[in-house]
Design a binder for this molecule. Structure first.
Ligand code: FRU
Length: 497
């Protein structure tokens, strides 16, 4: 029976030991991608938060570094961001060294217990490219205006309006702030009271400009995580597209009054939360790069691992597209993942009647695999694909073209009873594309599957804990036979941990 280290992902980032949640402070500098994360080094459940740290040359293979920020008398170090202050606007630079500035939330646990305001925003800087940090003596830089939830500052350089721009999560709203020096902040506006999912607390926002694919048009995207109240309950990442005039974010008409179950989620699955984007990606690269925490507050502290708890998603590239007069943010795994492909298997025109095993783990190890295929000529029926093992456990995904809906069932995927919220209900996602051919990319690790449908228009990320490794990947159909086109599977090969 698989347990603990058997469940450690082959390639998704996990800390060597103990508890991790949100990704924080991601920036790129001199060939290195930095990832910090909410970290509790002393236990495998949430506790006084630190910023852990990992680095990578390609966002796929990560090396864990020393803890970057420790809690202190002002509080725990909650989520936030980091920017490379090339022009030394903060004045933290010394001897020509470029400061990297982290902006985070202090969470004063004692004040919280006493029912007092307890979250403020603070900064720290690094003069050695993110390896060691000095907290600013003038902290906090934004004090609490009397709000219980007041956190997760995400700062970006707004090159259009020449300002540092901060998105900050408050109870059911995003606040925007601006600064010239990262120390003095002025409140600009509030957004969100009347639109979007609100069945929980808004957390971890991100605001940035994007160019619409295939055009010169630019728009602003606001990512706004919330918990609970995600598309399938618990934690989720919604987004809004609109304009930003340097002060106020105005959503597109069709996004002015979204309800709880709208169509605009970075990921509809249960296990992608608190994701935000990297800062300081060079112009000649220009990608919007995103990573999320691959878990859900509904059960994150109970998943059946001991040594560590939880992993990050694969890094993803976001794109903004315009289709049928609406703007959509799509995501796909970063290109860098392809260089880990080992020899592949390709099969064309697979006929599926009933049940067809198309791949087994002696051909491609299903604990580190990329599978791609498409299903043309969609009919009003359900198309199922499935991971299974010799213990009779299975993880089933089905696309119901009559309902235009994806349904994931992990209720028989192995260890599920650690939390009633893990397996009891199925998770679903709307099909966003109207196309008549379904394109699928699956990225599979020991305990996770990331499903990218229709070039990343509908994405679902889900975790599982099978008692034995998956041995087969198959297609099934209830009534109609169908054909699978361009089936390709690759084993992904990573250096040993
Ligand atoms: C989101 C979150 C943030 C907070 C952090 C605390 O998962 O609740 O709002 O800063 O986690 O660890």
């Amino acid at each position: 029976v698989q347990q603990d280290e058997d469940f450690r992902p082959n390639f998704h980032f996990t800390p060597q030991k103990n508890w991790m949640n949100d990704p924080n402070g991601m920036f790129y500098l001199n060939g290195i991608y930095h990832l910090y994360f909410q970290y509790y080094p002393d236990d495998n459940v949430w506790g006084p938060m630190h910023w852990g740290h990992a680095t990578s040359k390609d966002m796929i293979t990560w090396e864990e570094q020393e803890i970057a920020l420790y809690p202190d008398e002002k509080g725990y170090i909650f989520s936030g961001s980091a920017v490379v202050d090339k022009n030394n606007t903060s004045g933290f630079g010394e001897d020509g060294k470029t400061p990297v500035v982290a902006i985070y939330t202090y969470h004063d646990a004692k004040a919280a217990e006493e029912g007092k305001d307890h979250q403020t925003q603070a900064i720290a800087y690094s003069l050695d490219e993110g390896m060691t940090w000095t907290k600013y003596e003038g902290n906090p830089v934004i004090s609490n205006p009397g709000l219980t939830d007041f956190r997760d500052p995400k700062v970006t350089w707004d090159d259009v309006h020449k300002q540092w721009l901060m998105g900050l999560a408050t109870t059911g709203e995003t606040f925007f702030y601006s600064s010239q020096d990262l120390k003095n902040w002025e409140k600009l506006s509030e957004f969100g009271e009347n639109t979007g999912a609100h069945d929980g607390v808004w957390e971890c926002p991100d605001i940035f400009q994007m160019q619409v694919e295939g055009s010169d048009e630019t728009k602003w995207v606001l990512i706004q995580n919330l918990n609970p109240g995600g598309y399938n309950g618990g934690s989720g990442t919604q987004y809004f597209v609109g304009d930003f005039d340097g002060k106020t974010f105005t959503p597109e008409k069709n996004m002015e009054a979204l309800g709880e179950k709208h169509d605009f989620w970075i990921d509809f699955g249960r296990d992608n939360y608190a994701g935000v984007t990297w800062s300081n990606i060079p112009d000649d690269d220009g990608r919007k790069l995103f990573i999320g925490w691959m878990s859900n507050w509904m059960y994150a502290e109970k998943v059946p691992t001991e040594t560590w708890r939880s992993a990050m998603t694969v890094a993803r590239e976001l794109k903004l597209i315009k289709e049928d007069d609406r703007y959509l943010v799509t995501s796909l795994p970063v290109e860098e993942l392809k260089k880990y492909r080992g020899p592949g298997i390709a099969k064309n025109n697979i006929e599926v009647n009933n049940n067809k095993v198309v791949l087994n783990s002696s051909e491609v190890d299903l604990a580190k695999a990329e599978i791609r295929f498409s299903i043309p000529d969609l009919k009003e029926t359900a198309y199922n694909f499935r991971l299974s093992n010799e213990a009779g456990e299975e993880f089933i995904v089905s696309y119901d073209h009559a309902q235009k809906e994806f349904v994931v069932d992990r209720s028989h995927s192995g260890q599920t009873n650690f939390s009633e919220n893990f397996a009891t209900e199925r998770s679903t996602a709307p099909r966003i594309s109207a196309g008549n051919e379904l394109e699928v990319i699956l990225i599979i690790d020991k305990t996770s599957i990331e499903m990218f449908f229709d070039n990343g228009k509908t994405v679902m990320t889900e975790i599982f804990f099978p008692n034995q490794p998956w041995t087969e990947f198959s297609f099934t159909t209830a009534n109609q036979s169908f054909t699978v086109k361009d089936f390709e599977a690759f084993e992904l090969n990573f250096p040993a941990r």
